[in-house]
Design a protein around this ligand. Structure first.
Ligand code: SF4
Ligand SMILES: [Fe+2]
Ligand SMILES: [Fe+2]
Length: 320
């Protein structure tokens, strides 16, 4: 049985992006419209439970071979359904008295780490040029990822802070891309899940109400982005000549991301090192959903992983 705890839902649309027949987010909170009917839907509901940023979903662990069907139209529809607007955020009501300089710096760094989407978009359009389904989605992603620093900078503007074009251009430096398309997609699943957890931790710990509202919306968007890259990665694996090679690439990325002190030089990780707001950063880091990320990449690869899985042994054993 699949269930949603409505009181925990932040209506990010991640669940409906992965299993549109099972979840519906057209109302204020997500709900289950019907039980999954096929193994593919059961597996998608399981993935939704893992990607859900507030752990609001209960669904049995089911693993099933992915489908090669296009996903853009469904992802586009869900993105439109849950879209929030800048005018929903009451910037003029920002309570400056409760904000420390370190918190402002944290917000500025978070905004900076968003800017790399510009170069990533370019790379996606080039490297995945033959993938019409994905490249159409990138337009939605780029729009939403441009909105994120825009919202954070609007919040900072209330304190008289501004940035210039040079700052923006510096943030656009290329993020690492991999030869393996699955590797690139999985990097994005993980970084979106980390970004989502970070923004929601920021929302929970921020003393300023408008910043809390921004953190919740951005955290929701990032979770839906993770769901979207998950859908594309599943489709990519389904279409591959040798799916096991793709699965191994996925596990490699998971291993690299979490192997000791070798955190991938991804903007999401780099931003932790650049800020003085170490109390806030510690709170955010404590929320790192490592176990959930392992399970999610396991769901992608049809493997029951968890945070304790020895990935090296697994790669040697199962996926030579
Ligand atoms: S994935 Fe998002 S929309 Fe779905 S139940 Fe979780 S919080 Fe709600
Ligand atoms: Fe973002
Ligand atoms: Fe994102």
């Amino acid at each position: 049985v699949v269930r949603v705890a409505a009181d925990r839902c932040i209506r990010c649309g991640a669940c409906a992006s992965l299993a549109p027949g099972v979840f519906d987010v057209s109302r204020l909170r997500a709900r289950v419209t019907r039980e999954p009917e096929t193994d593919a839907e059961r597996a998608a509901s399981h993935a939704a439970a893992l990607v859900c940023p507030t752990q609001a979903i209960e669904a049995p662990a089911v693993f099933a071979a992915p489908s090669a069907a296009p996903v853009f139209a469904a992802l586009f529809a869900e993105a439109e359904r849950v879209r929030w607007r800048m005018e929903d955020l009451p910037f003029a009501a920002v309570d400056q008295s409760v904000v420390t300089p370190a918190q402002r710096q944290l917000v500025r760094e978070a905004a900076f780490s968003e800017l790399t989407t510009t170069s990533a978009t370019k790379k996606f359009l080039d490297d995945f040029a033959d993938d019409v389904d994905l490249t159409r989605w990138i337009s939605v992603w780029f729009y939403e990822e441009t909105k994120h620093p825009h919202a954070l900078l609007e919040w900072l503007a209330q304190f008289g802070e501004s940035v210039d074009d040079a700052w923006h251009r510096k943030g656009r430096a290329t993020a690492p891309f991999m030869k393996s398309r699955t590797g690139t997609l999985v990097t994005n699943i993980i970084s979106e899940l980390v970004a989502s957890a970070s923004y929601l931790a920021m929302a929970r710990t921020a003393s300023e109400p408008v910043l809390r509202a921004i953190g919740e919306r951005l955290g929701g968007d990032e979770a839906r982005h993770a769901a979207s890259f998950f859908a594309f990665a599943r489709r990519h694996i389904a279409r591959a000549a040798d799916p096991d090679t793709e699965r191994r690439d996925a596990l490699k990325v998971l291993y690299m991301w979490f192997s000791s002190n070798a955190l991938v030089s991804h903007p999401v990780n780099e931003f932790y090192g650049r800020t003085d707001a170490q109390t806030e950063v510690a709170a955010i880091r404590a929320e790192m959903p490592r176990d959930r990320i392992f399970r999610a990449i396991g769901a992608l690869c049809d493997l029951p992983l968890d945070g304790d899985t020895d990935l090296v042994a697994l790669m040697q054993r199962r996926l030579r």
